[in-house]
Ligand binder design. Structure first.
Ligand code: ARG
Length: 282
């Protein structure tokens, strides 16, 4: 009887300590988030350790961008797959932890990173100067240009940006393609949506007339969707572009993820993963 009570007491004390511990954690996190950009280094610096001790890497993505990341039913189960996902898997494996994917709007990915909802972002993300103010990026692991997709037949007359004047341009909200559109077209001619497949639907339904995406995404999208085509005479080059992994500023994950990327490059696996992802997306 007495032992039972003591055991219960110990349990209560343990739970209370845990709860206090958690509250403490919560507070620290909030403080750090509030200091984003200035005081985050300390917390971010210990990310690697934190991930290893929780045994899990939480990765944010916007799974609407085949072949980089997309949904596919495999064995009757909806799964997030793709080029980036394979790299993320490899990285989690190198760290010796599990991988958890969180799918969200592209626009919300860096916000989620700041708010500690995700440890990293694998989303074909281009490390722009603006984004670098709020996040660190790995080395670039893939480079692509951009292409406009139009309804079949309409793409043939497009060879320069001016040929698209008067047309409604669809872009992903928060993407660099949205920036390119803003630099070249009037605001009332741009429609920004969260997910790329919705843009393609809008294109087919004549709610937009052209969609701007990475050329790699354009290729697979037209292959899968009859009735649309790439304006192949108009390439929007992006010499400073390419995609990289995003993580919190000052994060000690950067050196680690660069190691994984270098290993994959050296073993010629990046190319292979890209080819495999394209096959899976077909
Ligand atoms: N590379 C472009 C950017 O960084 C588009 C990336 C979109 N990625 C996605 N998963 N939808 O803005």
């Amino acid at each position: 009887m007495k032992i039972g009570i003591i055991k219960k007491l110990i349990a209560v004390v343990a739970v209370t300590t845990l709860a206090i511990g958690m509250v403490g954690c919560g507070n620290t996190e909030k403080k750090d988030t509030g200091n984003a950009g200035t005081g985050t280094t300390k917390t971010a610096g210990s990310t690697l350790e934190a991930i290893k001790s929780k045994g899990k890497l939480v990765v944010g993505t916007s799974a609407d961008y085949a072949p980089y990341e997309f949904h596919k039913e495999i064995d009757g189960k909806d799964q997030i797959v793709g080029f980036d996902i394979e790299i993320a898997k490899q990285f989690a494996k190198d760290l010796g932890v599990e991988l958890e994917m969180k799918d969200m709007a592209f626009d919300g990915l860096l916000v989620a990173l700041q708010a500690d909802k995700v440890d990293m972002v694998f989303a074909g993300m281009t490390p722009t100067e603006e984004r670098k103010q709020n996040a660190d990026f790995s080395d670039i692991y893939f480079v692509a240009s951009h292409r406009f997709i139009l309804r079949s037949g309409e793409e043939v007359s497009i060879s320069k940006i001016e040929d698209l004047k008067g047309k409604k341009i669809g872009v992903q909200k928060g993407s660099i393609q949205e920036g390119i559109a803003k630099d070249n077209f009037d605001a009332d001619k741009i429609k920004s949506l969260d997910k790329v497949p919705d843009l393609i639907l809008d294109l087919k339904n004549k709610k937009v007339d052209a969609v701007l995406v990475e050329s790699t995404v354009a290729d697979i999208t037209v292959q899968k969707n009859p009735g649309i085509a790439i304006a192949s005479n108009l390439e929007v080059k992006d010499p400073d572009g390419g995609c990289a992994v995003a993580m919190k500023k000052g994060s000690d994950l950067k050196a680690e993820v660069n190691k994984t990327l270098k290993k994959l490059q050296d073993e010629n696996k990046i190319k292979q993963l890209f080819t495999d992802a394209n096959k899976l997306a077909e």
